[in-house]
Design a protein around this ligand. Structure first.
Ligand code: MLT
Length: 388
């Protein structure tokens, strides 16, 4: 058999975080251990019936079986714009300021190819979803990490970024509600970020996959599109995955500055052929009729959150109390690194959690729990950890 060496860009990458966790999980499961997976943020409950029904109807339409349009069906893009208006009060032109995505990961991964030239500097707030820096590097960009620390409520200290860096930077990746720390950003943060982005002509890439998973009606997550000037400088990536239990369906959207949306669309025209129209029609049902379901989902995650917080407290493990996302960002017990702790927990208890340092260096000393199993299993998982 001939042997082929990977391209340098892939060769030098560490294994993809969640693929690596799956690999170790499979090894432990092979020993017959009862695994409780609190690793990847993959909702455990099914896609609701009203979306399944919309999909069934959409499947029966022969017109939906052809190539979809690259940017998304007009009706899907209109549903996205209407949803943004309803949820955030933000106005978007569905024709020029919205593009469909095969899940937001796909859009995030392709975006740097449209705007980052080899050698361009890109700021990535970290700990972070690994795709931000990986995609930047695939495009030949140079990543500068901006640390998110507990002392700063896991917001980037924008004043601490020096002027030379702002001048050089092409883009900055931010993500609120934040994965993995569950931090939220307020309007004042976005106002400051927009001002700096305008001053230095920096693209703001905002990942908002978790805006609908919130627990305080009086403090709902924001879209940068609803902040004055936000649409001038930003592209925002959102997904139907987490809100409607649709991770496997692969559907999301990017919205914002028309040049940025157009650039991403141009890359996509060259590398993919759009989202299956039946999935887009199901997505329309989710966006137009999904709020009661999302409200029920939030109540379930809130209950789970409270269960885990109480159990962690009892076990003496320090953690945040998230007001959004379905993640808990907890401190590893003294004497352990993130990786050592997570490996011990998996090997000895069968509970899968994610090491904080897998999201970047400032994640060292933390581990992430996904609230994506039911209450009883969550209690069982935390009690196994406590008994260690
Ligand atoms: C995570 O666990 O961080 C996310 O679920 C991964 C993803 O959305 O691709």
């Amino acid at each position: 058999m001939a042997q082929f060496k990977l391209a340098d860009r892939l060769e030098k990458l560490p294994p993809y975080l969640f693929a690596e966790i799956d690999r170790i999980k499979a090894q432990v499961a092979a020993r017959g251990v009862d695994i409780i997976s609190l690793g990847i943020g993959d909702p455990d409950m099914p896609t609701p019936d009203f979306i399944i029904e919309a999909m069934k109807k959409a499947l029966e339409k022969p017109a939906n079986h052809a190539y979809p349009s690259y940017a998304g069906m007009p009706a899907y893009r209109e549903a996205v714009a209407d949803w943004y208006k309803m949820r955030f009060g933000a106005s978007l032109d569905p024709k020029t300021e919205v593009v469909s995505l095969i899940g937001s990961k796909e859009g995030i991964a392709h975006f740097p190819l449209a705007f980052v030239n080899p050698g361009d500097l890109v700021l990535v707030c970290t700990p972070n979803y690994p795709v931000y820096n990986i995609a930047t590097e695939f495009a030949g960009g140079v990543v500068k990490f901006v640390p998110l620390t507990e002392g700063n409520s896991f917001l980037p200290d924008l004043d601490a970024i020096d002027e030379a860096t702002w001048v050089k930077a092409k883009a900055i990746f931010v993500n609120y509600p934040n994965n993995p720390t569950a931090a939220m950003a307020d309007e004042a943060f976005y106002v400051k970020l927009i001002k700096l982005a305008k001053q230095y002509n920096v693209i703001v890439v905002h990942d908002t996959a978790y805006t609908e998973i919130y627990y305080n009606e009086n403090n709902r997550p924001l879209s940068i599109m609803s902040v004055p000037g936000g649409k001038d400088v930003a592209i925002e990536f959102h997904s139907l995955s987490k809100t409607y239990n649709m991770t496997g369906w692969r559907i999301g959207m990017a919205v914002g500055n028309p040049d940025l949306v157009h650039g991403l669309g141009k890359i996509k025209e060259n590398v993919d052929s759009g989202v299956f129209q039946a999935v887009q029609e199901a997505g329309i049902a989710a966006l137009r009729e999904g709020e009661p379901f999302a409200a029920e989902l939030r109540a379930i995650y809130k209950q789970r959150r409270d269960t885990v917080i109480a159990a962690l407290k009892k076990a003496g493990i320090r953690c945040n109390v998230p007001e959004s996302t379905f993640y808990i960002w907890a401190h590893v017990p003294e004497g352990y690194t993130s990786s050592a702790f997570v490996t011990k927990v998996l090997q000895e208890t069968g509970v899968v959690v994610t090491p904080g340092n897998g999201f970047g260096a400032p994640g060292e000393g933390y581990f992430r729990i996904s609230l994506t199993v039911n209450d009883a299993r969550l209690e069982e998982a935390v009690s196994r950890i406590a008994n260690l």
